[in-house]
Design a protein around this ligand. Structure first.
Ligand code: ZN
Length: 331
């Protein structure tokens, strides 16, 4: 028996804007082996990411990566201790789904699972539904007292934290975070705990006010020269413009960390990589279990980062506004 998926209207609206009307039906999620059913309280994601995925998800996959919810069921094959610990627990979920069986998973790097995928990308159901089925190993219990809207940001923070940990940030002169999206705002706060020279370069003045409040240096990206004096640049944008700027700012043998997937058609000039013998590192998935302690301790300020909290009926319109940092949807 199937019922209309509550996430489907989001997909329809976003897809319709791109002139592809997609109708989709999903069965109620079933709690398969190794899985738990989570009754979603808040789902969320970055609108720019959602729009990009809506264009790619030609199979009608439910969108969204981040969840806060309450456990409704845990697979009977889970150890008794796990079932007891998760019973009716409030949880967040790492959105990267791994098989647990391939050579990468067996080697302890399940973020590079051969069969893996990310929630809300083609073929892997996302978070924007009333109930989701996810591997119980991906779940982390939210500490008592933490508001849902703070816990929801454990997903984006995990990605920022992973980028910040790609290399040792302490003692590096100088470090730049490029961008004014949520990833950049979380990455710069994370790195500021390790390196006081970090600065935020962006194009939107709203981001500068936040950096000011956190005591982080900030400049408009168009005001800085390409002096080849930065040891590390973390590009959270992935456009041709940001990549060219990042490569032009790095000192010889400097490190570019790509914390965003390059936009389709982004064609940076890679000559500086060769001439400057630059190191380029990609940063993909992080762990929500690693991110939660930073939220608990208050080391990361999440005030105002969820710009909109809305109902499913309003979500399609708001998720299509690419300038918003983050949208949370109540289910
Ligand atoms: Zn695997």
């Amino acid at each position: 028996m199937t019922q209309e998926n509550p996430g489907a209207p989001l997909l329809d609206a976003i897809a319709a804007q791109q002139h592809q009307i997609i109708q989709c039906q999903f069965p109620n999620p079933v709690c398969g082996p190794g899985q738990a059913l989570v009754r979603v309280r808040l789902a969320g994601d970055v609108p720019a990411w959602v729009s990009a995925q809506a264009a790619r998800n030609t199979d009608g996959t439910i969108l969204g990566r981040d969840i806060v919810g309450v456990i409704a069921e845990v697979s009977s094959d889970a150890p008794a201790g796990v079932r007891e610990r998760l019973r009716r627990a409030r949880v967040v979920c790492s959105p990267h789904i791994a098989c647990g069986l391939c050579d990468m998973c067996r080697a302890g790097v399940s973020q590079h699972c051969r069969e893996g995928g990310t929630m809300g990308t083609m073929g892997v159901p996302g978070s924007m539904a009333e109930t989701v089925a996810v591997p119980w190993r991906n779940l982390t219990i939210v500490p008592d007292g933490m508001p849902d809207e703070v816990a929801l940001l454990a997903g984006p923070l995990a990605r920022a934290l992973h980028a910040a940990r790609m290399i040792r940030m302490e003692g590096k002169v100088y470090v730049t975070v490029l961008g004014d999206n949520l990833a950049a705002l979380l990455a710069v706060q994370t790195i500021a705990r390790l390196n006081a020279t970090v600065r935020l370069l962006g194009w939107r003045p709203e981001a500068f006010g936040r950096a000011e409040r956190w005591g982080v240096q900030h400049r408009h990206a168009d005001e800085v020269g390409r002096r080849r004096d930065q040891t590390v640049v973390v590009d959270c944008v992935g456009s041709s413009r940001s990549l060219d700027l990042a490569l032009g700012m790095l000192r010889p043998r400097g490190t570019l960390i790509l914390a965003a997937e390059p936009a389709p058609g982004a064609t940076p000039d890679l000559t500086p990589v060769v001439r400057g013998e630059l190191e380029v590192l990609g940063a993909s998935h992080g762990s929500v279990a690693d991110a939660l302690p930073l939220l608990v301790s208050g080391q990361i300020d999440t005030t105002g980062l969820i710009e909109v909290r809305t109902r499913p009926s309003e979500a399609p319109r708001l998720l299509s506004r690419g300038e918003l940092l983050y949208v949370a949807v109540e289910f």
